[in-house]
Write a protein that binds this ligand. Structure first.
Ligand SMILES: Cc1ncc(COP(=O)(O)O)c(C=O)c1O
Length: 432
């Protein structure tokens, strides 16, 4: 094992992180190679900096003018478009996002959390966390309705077994099922991923339910299990009901118990409407993690970035940073999106009212995000999806054969009622 990895591991020994690391995670470190030496030279090599593998002239990168000309005059410097971003992301952008996390989650203020690192979208962030913390044969707990990429990442890439529990019980989050699933994981370690607002259901816990989830996690930790809790906050902020929790689960976990290691994965992708930019973020926290341990974890994550994408997209980071720092319409445009999503959400709720008696499709609880989903009550969701597509040219998603997901975020408000009526009448026709 590399000496630097050994050093990081010795910093982490004695806290839950070390026990939760996978074998790959234990081997991971950020090398003192080209990138580290370039960073050092960037500060000190005032005469000639011959470290970076990027062609420059007069301190600016060479570039294709056909690309640069597409940026408005003076909008971005060549270096803000064409040069490499640092491995952990543009420093200023990282700090800005970190501050925004604190603003949106006020209980985090003054608590021990790591710096925030930039990832190449949230998928990349989750994939790195999986590689660092999940190995062959480990179990990953998750509710039985989840983003399908978790299967590919945790099960197929990292060799884990998925331990699912029923998402809902008595019309709300199945907190007992979650606790049982965690307690039944073999050994003294457990890993769980929770995603609110959820894809595919559009569910976020109420404030009260969030506290029940936190209490259950604390009880599992107190039983002696070390738990990695991955908070997938991809759709953060789109909360449409007053009783819904408006903060991340992460903020309640960072000082909850020495046995809990929390990771917040979030992204500009949906929060800032830049789906194609590929900018995500990772932040760590945990009661047993001081400055040194968090620093070691950041170093391991920098290593994971280095050996996957090396560094993340520069133009996207520059553009979004500019919008945060000096965008005149940033707040307004986000409000426009929120208001439109809320209108569509309300329209979905209303359209569902007239189908309350239906026995073929049962909507799962939803109150947030981009989606809602129907339980097909044991009938083949793929059959319904196919017929909706072939007969009505309406595209929906079949999840695991027993759930139909409807992304109302991408349907105009005026078409929602027709879409839902068509879905019900088609389901009645084939199964009623
Ligand atoms: C629940 C969930 N997590 C993570 C992601 C990944 O986001 P990104 O596009 O930033 O990789 C998605 C994207 O659809 C998602 O639905």
């Amino acid at each position: 094992m590399n000496e630097l990895a050994k050093e990081l591991n010795s910093t982490l020994k004695g806290c839950a992180v070390y026990d939760l690391l996978s074998e790959k995670g234990k081997r991971m470190y950020f090398p003192k190679g080209i990138v580290a030496q370039s960073n050092e030279a960037g500060e000190k090599a005032k005469k000639y900096n011959a470290t970076i593998g990027a062609a420059t002239t007069n301190g600016e990168p060479f570039c294709l003018s056909d690309i640069y000309d597409q940026f408005k005059d003076g909008a971005l410097k060549k270096s803000e478009v064409f040069s490499y971003a640092p491995g952990g992301g543009d420093k200023e952008l990282r700090a800005l996002w970190h501050d925004m996390i604190l603003e949106k989650n006020p209980l985090l203020k003054g608590k021990n959390i790591s710096e925030t690192l930039v990832t190449a979208g949230l998928t990349h962030g989750i994939s790195m966390i999986a590689n660092l913390f999940v190995g062959d044969g480990d179990e990953v707990v998750l509710p039985n309705l989840y983003w399908d990429n978790y299967e590919l990442i945790f099960r197929d890439l990292c060799g884990a077994e998925l331990r699912e529990f029923d998402f809902f019980k008595d019309g709300d989050f199945n907190v007992d099922g979650m606790k049982e699933a965690l307690l039944s994981v073999k050994g003294d370690k457990a890993r769980i991923i929770l995603n609110f607002p959820n894809n595919p259901t559009g569910y976020t816990p109420s404030r009260e339910m969030m506290q029940r989830i936190v209490k259950a996690l604390k009880e599992v930790a107190e039983s002696g299990k070390k738990i990695l809790v991955i908070c997938d906050d991809a759709y953060f902020g789109l909360f449409f009901e007053s009783e819904t929790e408006k903060c991340s689960l992460f903020q309640y976990l960072v000082d909850l118990d020495e046995n809990i290691v929390a990771v917040k994965g979030d992204a500009a992708t949906k929060e800032e409407m830049v789906w194609g930019f590929r900018i995500g973020f990772i932040t760590y926290g945990g009661k047993g993690l001081g400055k040194e341990e968090l620093g070691a974890l950041v170093q391991k994550t920098l290593g994971a970035i280095r050996c996957t994408v090396s560094n993340c997209d520069r133009p996207g980071q520059s553009l979004i940073k500019k919008a945060f720092k000096s965008g005149k319409n940033h707040k307004r445009d986000k409000e426009i999106l929120f208001d439109e999503m809320k209108r569509r959400y309300n329209r979905v709720k209303k359209a569902l009212e007239s189908h309350r008696e239906s026995r073929v499709l049962t909507p799962y609880p939803f109150n947030s995000g981009y989606f809602m989903a129907f339980d097909t009550n044991g009938r083949d969701a793929e059959e319904l999806r196919r017929i909706m597509l072939d007969r009505h040219q309406i595209g929906l998603i079949n999840i695991l054969g027993n759930t139909i997901r409807l992304a109302y975020c991408s349907v105009e408000e005026s078409n929602i009622e027709d879409l839902i009526n068509t879905l019900y009448s088609t389901a009645e026709e084939i199964w009623g």
